[in-house]
Design a protein around this ligand. Structure first.
Ligand SMILES: Cc1cc2nc3c(=O)[nH]c(=O)nc-3n(C[C@H](O)[C@H](O)[C@H](O)COP(=O)(O)OP(=O)(O)OC[C@H]3O[C@@H](n4cnc5c(N)ncnc54)[C@H](O)[C@@H]3O)c2cc1C
Length: 418
């Protein structure tokens, strides 16, 4: 009987586990390696705030979320689409639902539930997990090398290798980006890692820091240049966090890197047109304090009012027209983005010209890459996990092709219903 090729998947995040799923389903002998003592730590962190698995958006706008890499992702998303992801989860026994925002979440399962079933399924297929194995590049013969828990360097002979080592945010989950040195040494071009989907630092006064950190600015609009995002923003001791901030953080980061001005403005009353707001502010105020007047007239409360006091010159607050302008367009004195370690995701990593359409490294034939270690970024909304799953699927498919193995089964949503 012909012996099945033995392959090494390195990195037990969503991309690596998806690759192991495809490869083991195709009958290959799969060994999966992980530097930490358990799998999917960042996936579990993602699950803490409601696991947003993917999005229900149509293919074209979905792919556009990947910015400069939209064309590449348009293809990747046809190979393993959001529908495939949902169908595959259903095969695992996990139903999903589309939330009001169009985001897709698991129905009755948590991230630990999904991970548990997933790992069990892989285990039943014979996938061997090697924890506490830190990838250290390649040996003279081209096989992957690992530093084990006992400090011993282990070489693992493999017919092909699939790297899914993640980006560089939340390094405590294992994805610390330290692998870059081994690939750079092979002449592979990598963009430096930078924070994506991150908070921003603002020069708050002690008053704001002490009294308002943790408080939300509800239903605001954040504007940076020609882009805007809406939702709740949280004031923190360092600055601002929350969906709208994350959505614009890539643009803010890029402007800061170029030392360009970063024109960020808050619209604290986005449901009121400027003229209507001004009319309301022109009502007689009698002896009421400004804080009380704004609360009653336009429902502007504590944190938003304090930001106005903090940022606007005092005389501006006395003039309804100027005050209305500030409420609709309050400049935020930004300092910088929050550090990479805190970001939800990272930009940077292996650039796409370094890989072929199957995500194999041109300079290292037989070595495939997937997930956040590739240089792409996308907003929150399920696009990050979908990107990890789709690239994991495509790299595994490419690896099968490279080994001359039969292609994987059709993607889950195209399989006949059993
Ligand atoms: C707070 C937070 C919330 C998030 N929420 C969401 C969400 O709701 N929806 C969404 O789509 N995305 C979310 N994400 C992003 C998502 O979790 C990541 O995009 C995804 O985990 C990336 O998958 P990956 O497999 O590429 O990398 P990772 O999940 O980072 O996995 C890489 C693995 O490789 C291992 N590794 C690294 N270096 C080595 C080495 N040298 N040797 C061996 N192993 C190594 C790591 O330990 C890790 O297990 C969130 C992220 C964070 C931090």
């Amino acid at each position: 009987m012909k012996e099945m090729p033995r392959v090494a998947v390195i990195g037990c995040g969503p991309a690596g586990l998806m690759a192991a799923t495809v490869l083991s389903e195709a009958g290959l002998v799969v060994d999966i390696f992980e530097t930490k003592g358990s799998a999917g730590r960042k996936f579990l962190v993602a699950g803490r705030g409601g696991l947003n698995l993917t999005h229900s958006e149509q293919a074209e706008p979905f792919a556009a979320r990947y910015g400069n890499n939209a064309a590449i992702f348009k293809k990747l998303l046809t190979v393993f689409s959001p529908a495939d992801l949902r169908a595959w989860l259903r095969e695992l026994g996990v139903e999903t639902f589309i939330g009001t925002s169009g985001r897709v979440f698991p129905k009755d399962a948590t991230a630990p539930d999904i991970l548990k079933i997933w790992l069990e399924t892989l285990g039943k297929r014979g996938v061997v997990f090697h924890y506490h194995h830190r990838w250290q590049g390649f040996s003279q013969t081209g096989d992957p090398l690992f530093l084990t828990e006992t400090g011993v360097l282990r070489e693992f002979p493999a017919s092909a290798v699939l790297l899914a080592l993640g980006g560089a945010s939340w390094p405590q989950t294992g994805s610390d980006g330290s692998w870059t040195a081994f690939l750079a040494a092979k002449g592979i071009f990598l963009e430096p890692f930078r924070p994506a989907n991150c908070g921003i630092e603002v020069a708050w006064s002690e008053h704001i820091r002490t009294h308002f950190s943790g408080k939300p600015l509800k239903n605001i609009l954040l504007r940076c240049g020609d882009r805007q995002a809406t939702g709740d923003v949280i004031i923190t001791t360092h600055g601002l966090e929350g969906g709208p901030v994350y959505a614009l953080s890539g643009m803010i980061r890029d402007l800061l890197e170029k030392n360009s001005p970063v024109p960020i403005f808050l619209d604290l009353k986005r449901d009121l047109l400027l003229e209507r707001l001004q009319e309301k502010l022109e009502q007689p105020r009698s002896k009421e304090s400004l804080a009380n007047f704004l609360r009653k007239a336009i429902h502007l409360t504590g944190p938003a009012y304090s930001l106005l006091r903090e940022i606007c010159p005092p005389e501006d607050l006395k003039n309804p027209a100027i005050l209305a302008g500030h409420i609709k367009n309050l400049p935020v004195p930004i300092i910088k983005t929050r550090p990479l370690a805190e970001a939800i995701s990272s930009a940077g990593g292996i650039t796409f010209p370094e890989v072929n359409a199957d995500l194999m490294l041109h300079k290292l034939p037989g070595v495939f890459v997937a997930g956040e270690m590739l240089d792409w970024e996308a907003p929150t909304g399920g696009y990050l996990l979908q990107g990890a799953f789709s690239t994991g699927y495509q790299a595994a498919k490419g690896l099968l092709k490279w080994l001359g193995h039969t292609p994987p089964q059709p993607p889950p949503s195209s399989r006949p219903k059993s």
